[in-house]
Write a protein that binds this ligand. Sequence first.
Ligand code: MD3
Ligand code: FE
Length: 212
Amino acid sequence: MGADLLTGFAPVAIAVAPDVVLLRQFVDTQPLRAAIGDVVVLAPFRHLTTPNRGTMSVAISNVGEQGWHSDIKGYRYVGVDPMTGRTWPTMPANFSDLAQRAAAAAGFLDFNPNCCLINRYAIGAKMGTHRDQDEANFSHPIVSVSIGLPAVFVWHGAVRTGTSIPVPVEDGDILVWGRSARLGYHAVRALKADSRMSVPPFRYNLTFRRTN
Ligand code: MD3
Ligand code: FE
């Protein structure tokens, strides 16, 4: 495989577990940050309420035909943003192109996501162990792009309490998982302050999915 045109680094695909592929330093995130800044004017970041009446430490927004939402009624996808009453912003072309390209590099051809959840982690924010199961079709992979401060993903696999594999991820890293790993349990550890990229002190994650 040749040097990556965007980053100048040789792309390296690492198998974290069966059907879980990490693409380190796959993308220059600067254009992605610009696109995030544009879309959150239309669909602002918000801290959602969970069915057990907690508040998520991660702030979220969405782009695409559908958006992931949570309130006391449960987790689900919605075509209209409950905060604004408008449809979600159109998925930027550089988002969908990247998701398709990363999925293909990880061995998942023809991925065509219809939504992208944008997560924003401030220092201390975390995501507890869960699996992505609110979609109507699990035959599609998921592509996750890390932007900004480094974090530690944790892969548990088929059993919530199973052996955990910590995966440190940095700006520009992409994780792709599907097939036997599609319903695997995973988490993100509490974000720590890090001198590598302190302004702004956030980690963003783009999670591309096909819901149908
Ligand atoms: C695969 N968000 O929004 S990576 C979600 O970083 C969500 O914000 C993560 O999980 C985030 O539902 C996206 C998901 C993940 C985490 C750890 C893993 C996938 C993994 C470890 C190994 C393999
Ligand atoms: Fe998840």
